[in-house]
Design a protein around this ligand. Structure first.
Ligand code: GLP
Length: 264
């Protein structure tokens, strides 16, 4: 896994937005997998800024959201569907029909999961899957113990995820106990994966993801199996990596190579 350590959250967001903007310019009809949570807020704000100020167009981009709660109406302010509209879709020129959301408000959840997998296949697969990480090492709502081959399905949320997500709910009785989520296997099929993490509260999960054994107890560790996975971290999230100095050396050496190739 490629590990990039940036000085702060703004630099992480900027670096991730540059990766996405480069992909969209190269391939305007690319397929993106998109996460929610606090971590990607700056990244979405940066994409919106580039749309407004630099003409970055989403007019052909196709998106798939990673997960959502079950039981919340899609317009509930804490639903991930509302989050995506509020933080990205309402501010760029994306075509609503190209934005796929995991709707957890219906009765036929296994039908929703199967159709989602089919829609990803029909779109030609996900080019770039962007991810966050839970403090317990989850990706999307794939909690510890999730099969590393899992597909889109319903998951019971752990107490630590409920606690981490509670601040989004004014009324804690409304906090759903279930989520609907792309599986770890679904995520691993993306052509590239990009995981963002901020702050010391993610440092242990990040270390287990990058340097620990591959285990269903840390679903993010499955990214070690992916041939093109990158994580962009701020100093806090990188603080417990044992080889963090080496990762910086690798990036510096890569930078020198790229600059040399540019001047050759
Ligand atoms: C949530 C979401 C994940 C997200 C993670 C981290 O429960 N299901 O997709 O990546 O937890 O969220 P945050 O960025 O708010 O720490």
């Amino acid at each position: 896994m490629r590990v990039i350590i940036e000085p702060d959250a703004a630099a992480v967001s900027n670096r991730a937005a540059t990766r996405v903007a480069d992909l969209i310019r190269r391939s305007p009809a690319c397929v993106l997998g998109l996460p929610t949570g606090r971590t990607p807020l700056g990244f979405y704000a940066e994409l919106v800024r580039r749309h407004r100020e630099k003409g970055l167009s989403f007019s052909q981009v196709v998106t798939f959201s990673l997960d959502d709660y079950i039981g919340l109406p899609p317009h509930h302010s804490a639903s991930w569907a509302a989050y995506m509209r509020r933080n990205l879709f309402d501010h760029v020129d994306i075509v609503p029909a190209n934005t796929h959301l995991l709707e957890g408000g219906t009765e036929d959840l296994s039908g929703v999961c199967e159709s989602y997998e089919a829609a990803i296949r029909k779109a030609g697969g996900i080019d770039l899957q962007i991810l966050g990480i839970g403090p317990n090492g989850h990706i999307a709502f794939n909690e510890p113990g999730s099969s590393l081959g899992s597909r889109t399905r319903v998951k019971t949320l752990t107490p630590e995820t409920l606690e981490a997500n509670a601040p989004s709910f004014e009324d804690l009785d409304e906090l759903p106990r279930l989520g609907i989520t792309m599986g770890v296997g679904t995520v691993l099929e993306a052509r590239s994966c990009l995981l963002l993490a901020l702050g010391e509260e993610k440092a242990l999960a990040v270390r287990e993801m990058v340097e620990g054994p591959i285990t269903a107890q840390v679903p993010a560790s499955a990214l070690q199996l992916h041939p093109d996975a990158t994580t962009i971290l701020d100093e806090g999230a990188a603080s417990r990596l044992l080889r963090r100095h080496y990762y910086r050396d690798v990036e510096e050496a890569q930078g020198r190579l790229t600059r040399a190739a540019g001047t050759a």
